[in-house]
Design a protein around this ligand. Structure first.
Ligand SMILES: Nc1ncnc2c1ncn2[C@@H]1O[C@H](COP(=O)(O)OP(=O)(O)OP(=O)(O)O)[C@@H](O)[C@H]1O
Ligand SMILES: [Mg+2]
Length: 572
């Protein structure tokens, strides 16, 4: 099994940037501490001890030097962390896209596309912010804190002990707040998912929404999700932002402790005033990094749920096995053996189906709506795996074969005419990018769409909108058909592929298709029985079982269901 990938493994690829970023984060905090120490030294020497020899070009230069170190390192640390961030996010996005392409169709049937989109947009955003800003702070601030603490202890152990008696309070406060933020964060991300899904469904379904005039209902539903999100994110920020002031208050308490103890120590000669000044400088300098530590711990809590949702996709082992042996060029023999299938365990959609189709044969599948016809053909390109029995192509059980090598030789046309934004040429050539112009035109002629395309000013280079929205339903269906034919598949599956066509168009395609029927095994699902009377075999499916099979003539003579349906359709 492949090792599970983690956020760290993605970051690890850019160790260089990470190391440099950490390095500059360290010099950044060195500049900070150094600056504070020299200000403290300057203060106690010149202001308290009135040692004006100290007030020299050298001391000023040192101060300025620390300032430059601080500012320069700050820039470089963030430069490298941001470079790291954009690279890691780039890779992560690439990886997720790869996964999305690889995930089986069943995954998409189970998960809302809005949820998938939200992970790619929102959750990745959280991770990006983390890498851009938090990584540097995460290194620099704790170093500053630890270094300052060590120096404080060196200066005066006793006062330090009192000062740091607030540490357990800090840990307690951050731990408690962090846990709250994490649980809220999960909810926030879930709500963002809902919103994304809503927007997406609205954009895709706008015609239905406007057509039924249900804008206000849909708006109400969206408002509910949007308000819900507002509520949850307000709760979340209230808690998340508490991290910083909590640390600030604790810092103030610390400083008060030092002031009081310092005054008492000087009074009883336990410490010198110079010591206390440096002490206060450092303690004050500490309050900002400590506040940052609070903030960092909150961002980390937010990061966890986001990265969980991302890596659920990245590490999903729900992947089709493309490492199985390839099939090679097939003849197109299909055998279904005691085939059963159910989308869920409790309901069989296909029940014990046996069917043999010889290469080049045309089989029509008819039967009432919901009988299981589309489900049956979904098992041939391995979109679904049988629950029982086998699908064999050219004598091989397809569950043992690389699904790519089978799909490469199959064309499927359904009622859903999926086109991509781009030119008509690009859309047709999708099935066989290397095909010649002549092959493309021939396929378009068979699909009875060539004349139409050629009649447009830009011909095959006409750009069609996203999802083919600038074409009519029937035109789209014919472009999709041309795409399927161009592939020259060994198995052609037409699932109500001519349902949006007018009678004449359908007849013309029927005539043209006769030229290619027999060149491949063809499975045709249709409700128009008259259009499949020429098929070599017709099977009638009802309730997931084959209840009649034979040629048109045989089935008519049998005077069963097929004959009855045929008569109804012909009105005789
Ligand atoms: N993704 C799915 N998850 C669960 N059940 C499904 C799914 N797709 C289809 N079904 C169920 O399987 C049964 C068969 O559906 P199928 O699409 O195969 O019917 P069909 O014969 O193609 O019908 P039609 O002629 O209307 O296209 C139906 O009862 C349907 O509710
Ligand atoms: Mg169907």
């Amino acid at each position: 099994m492949k090792p599970k990938r983690t956020f760290l493994s993605f970051i690890g690829r850019y160790r260089g940037s990470l190391v440099l970023s950490i390095l500059f984060a360290m010099t950044y905090s060195a500049g900070q501490i150094g600056g504070l120490l020299s200000i403290g030294g300057f203060f106690s020497e010149t202001f308290i001890s009135k040692n004006f020899d100290y007030f020299s070009f050298q001391t000023i230069a040192i101060l300025f030097g620390f300032g430059v170190l601080w500012a320069g390192s700050h820039y470089l640390a963030f430069l490298f962390s941001n470079t790291l961030a954009v690279r890691v996010i780039h890779d992560l996005r690439g990886e997720i896209y790869e996964r999305l392409i690889d995930l089986p169709i069943s995954y998409y049937k189970r998960n809302r596309s809005g949820d998938i989109l939200s992970r790619i947009i929102n959750d990745i955003g959280v991770m990006e912010v983390f890498l851009m800003n938090t990584v540097v702070e995460m290194i620099a601030q704790p170093i500053t804190v630890v270094a300052a603490v060590v120096i404080l202890f060196i200066i005066n152990t006793q006062i330090s002990l009192y000062f740091f008696s607030i540490v357990p309070l800090i840990a307690l406060a951050l731990g408690g707040l962090g846990a709250l933020v994490q649980s809220r964060s999960m909810k926030v991300q879930q709500n963002i998912s809902n919103i994304t899904a809503h927007i997406q469904e609205t954009v895709f379904g706008i015609e239905v929404i406007k057509g039924f005039g249900v804008e206000s209902e849909i708006r109400k539903r969206f408002t509910r999700s949007n308000d819900e999100h507002l509520k949850s994110i307000r709760q979340e920020i209230k808690i998340r932002l508490l991290g910083t002031p909590t640390m600030e208050i604790l810092g103030v308490i610390g400083v008060i402790i030092i002031l009081v103890l310092g005054a008492m120590s000087i009074n009883s000669n336990l410490a010198e005033s110079g010591q206390i000044v440096t002490f206060i400088m450092l303690a004050l300098g500490l309050s900002q990094p400590l506040a940052q530590v609070g903030n960092i711990s909150m961002v980390l809590r937010k990061l966890k749920p986001a990265s969980q949702r991302i890596f659920e996709i990245v590490n999903s082992d729900e992947k089709e096995d493309f490492s199985r042996p390839d099939m090679g060029v097939i003849e197109g023999k299909i055998e279904l053996k005691k085939l059963s299938f159910g989308y869920t365990e409790d309901r069989l959609i296909l029940d014990n189906i046996d069917l043999k189709v010889s290469p080049g044969e045309t089989v029509a599948i008819v039967g009432s709506s919901g009988a299981g016809k589309s489900t049956l053909i979904s098992l041939i390109p391995v979109f679904n795996l049988p629950t029982g029995g086998k699908v064999m192509i050219d004598g091989a059980d397809i569950s043992t074969i690389n699904p790519h090598s089978i799909r490469r030789q199959i064309s499927i046309v359904t009622q859903e005419t999926i086109l991509f934004s781009g030119t008509i040429r690009e859309n047709i050539l999708l099935s066989r990018p290397e095909a010649s112009e002549a092959d493309m035109i021939e396929a378009a002629r068979i699909a009875n769409i060539h004349e139409f395309i050629a009649g447009m000013p830009l011909g095959y280079d006409t750009v069609i909108g996203e999802r083919g929205v600038t074409l009519s339903g029937g035109q789209r269906q014919r472009v999709v058909l041309a795409r399927a034919i161009l592939r020259k598949p060994k198995i052609l599956i037409l699932d109500e592929a001519t349902s949006s066509l007018d009678a004449e168009s359908e007849k013309l395609i029927g005539e043209a298709m006769k030229k290619i029927l027999g060149k491949q095994t063809t499975l045709i699902i249709t409700h128009k029985l008259s259009s499949v009377a020429h098929a070599d075999t017709i099977i009638v499916i009802e309730g997931g079982k084959i209840i009649e099979r034979g040629t048109h003539k045989e089935l008519i003579e049998r005077k069963g269901i097929y004959d009855k349906l045929y008569r109804i359709q012909l009105n005789i």
